[in-house]
Design a protein around this ligand. Structure first.
Ligand SMILES: Nc1nc2c(c(=O)[nH]1)N[C@H]1C(S)=C(S)[C@@H](COP(=O)(O)O)O[C@H]1N2
Ligand SMILES: [Mo]
Length: 442
């Protein structure tokens, strides 16, 4: 008699399935157990309502963010903060100078929306958190792919909101360039967002149809019933008694968003609203004097010594027919023009002031460079990303574009850029260079 042959593979009959099933029967303790998630309001309807808000808000943030990048004129030499952007710069266009409030609007929207959406994002993540602890973590290849895309989605969202908020709070805790990281992060986030939206739209539509928003808004905690069990695993199989209604939860999110809006948006809107902007480091007005408005980077912070800005200061004009060197008195002797124009910072704050000075177009003409396509403006600072900016022809030719010498009827203060600073309509604040020392036309 010969014994039956035994093979290794025969030792585990019907391997895959029963292993997964057995795994599924024994989740690790804590959040991996379905019992850990018992809120009776969690379900596809609530998730979808929050999802709709993000579906409107996130694309608006993405577009205003892309506009902000284009407003920097990254195609001009010396301006690009993300030189490796490659084809991600496909959409770049020449940023206009009108309407003068354009950047104020797009960047104010970008930053205000970013803050207002924080409670919505947190609530959305709360609403789907049982999925994070799905057990077993993956069952099929398709599910593994889906979870990977969710990692990019949630990771991208958290990264974009966190870096944005740290930036507007002037908290540079990270050792990478905010601009570059926020730009690439945005593309990762929006890619994952688009995939997620495409996959979830059908679920979202049917979930939204399953209940009426109106009647939810009339239902208190006592009458709150769980949604019917779903195949996504959001609805608890063992719901706890309600402690808050869906109306209450949505109200909480709305109140959080409204509070953030009230505490921050004044920095962009201005007027009486500005006094409320307690959450914004540059939100408040500083007092009544002509130069008492927000300062970003004081002269002391940037190492500007009053010795550099004294009578020996000269504005060098280069790149034209002959190099020129002008004193402040020479500039004051040229035609002076006055315009009310905003400074609008990438951080979302803005302020409108009345500037007086020489037209950049007149300087181009005086320097024999009227035909130039761009001008590199440099400051007295010896280093730093903000010491220079390149302006495009449409910017320096706009009659309202000034090399400002005075503001609100007084000489510029040292903090606002004395002896001379650039003010160009619709220009991002950071390109309105202070303490200008040289302009090189090209
Ligand atoms: N030379 C120089 N110019 C500069 C800066 C700077 O750091 N150095 N900061 C810029 C930024 S980020 C902004 S928002 C505006 C703010 O102008 P303000 O301080 O007069 O309000 O100045 C811009 N001009
Ligand atoms: Mo700025």
């Amino acid at each position: 008699m010969t014994p039956e042959p035994t093979t290794g593979s025969g030792a585990v009959p019907d391997g895959g399935h029963s292993l997964l099933d057995r795994l599924a029967e024994h989740p690790p303790p804590g959040p991996f157990r379905a019992r850990a998630w018992r809120s009776p309001i969690r379900g596809p309807w609530l998730t979808s309502v929050l999802g709709v808000v993000l579906l409107v808000g996130v694309p608006l943030m993405f577009v205003t963010g892309l506009l902000s990048y284009t407003a920097y004129n990254p195609g001009l030499h010396g301006n690009d903060m993300t030189p490796a952007k490659g084809w991600l710069g496909f959409y770049l266009f020449h940023w206009p100078t009108r309407p003068v409030w354009l950047y104020r609007l797009t960047q104010g929207l970008h930053v205000s929306l970013g803050l207002v959406l924080v409670p919505v994002l947190l609530a959305k993540l709360w609403s789907v958190i049982p999925k994070l602890f799905d057990w077993p973590p993956v069952r099929t290849a398709a599910q593994a792919l889906e979870r990977l895309s969710l990692l990019l989605l949630v990771g991208g969202a958290v990264f974009e909101f966190a870096t944005g908020i740290l930036n507007i709070q002037l908290f540079y805790a990270f050792h990478f360039s905010f601009y570059t990281a926020h730009f690439y992060g945005a593309w990762v986030f929006i890619g994952a967002f688009a995939v997620h939206t495409a996959l979830k739209i059908p679920t979202m539509v049917s979930a939204l149809r399953s209940r009426s928003l109106r009647s939810e808004l009339r239902t208190g905690a006592d009458a709150t019933e769980p949604e019917p069990l779903d195949d996504h695993g959001l609805v608890s199989r063992d719901p706890a008694p309600p402690t808050i209604s869906r109306r209450g939860a949505l109200g909480l999110v709305g109140a959080g968003s409204a509070a953030l809006f009230a505490l921050a948006a004044g920095q962009s809107i201005g007027g009486r609203f500005r006094r409320l902007a307690l959450f914004a480091p540059h939100g408040q007005s500083l007092g009544p004097g002509p130069n008492d408005f927000q300062v970003n980077k004081t002269a002391a912070e940037r190492g500007i010594d009053s010795a550099l800005t004294g009578p020996a200061w000269r504005l060098e004009l280069r790149g034209g027919s002959a190099p020129l060197s002008l004193s402040r008195d020479d500039l004051l002797a040229m035609a002076q023009h006055t315009y009310r124009l905003p400074i609008a910072c990438v951080e979302g704050w803005s302020t409108v002031q009345t500037w007086t000075g020489v037209r950049l177009a007149d300087l181009a003409r005086r320097g024999g460079a009227s035909g130039a396509t761009s001008v590199l403006v440099e400051s007295l600072e010896s280093q730093g990303d903000f010491r220079q900016a390149t302006l495009r022809r449409n910017q320096f030719l706009d009659p309202r574009s000034l090399l400002a010498l005075r503001v609100n009827g007084a000489d510029l203060s040292l903090d606002h850029g004395f002896p001379a600073r650039v003010i160009v309509p619709a220009n991002p604040g950071v390109h309105n260079t202070k303490w200008v020392s040289r302009m090189t036309f090209a």
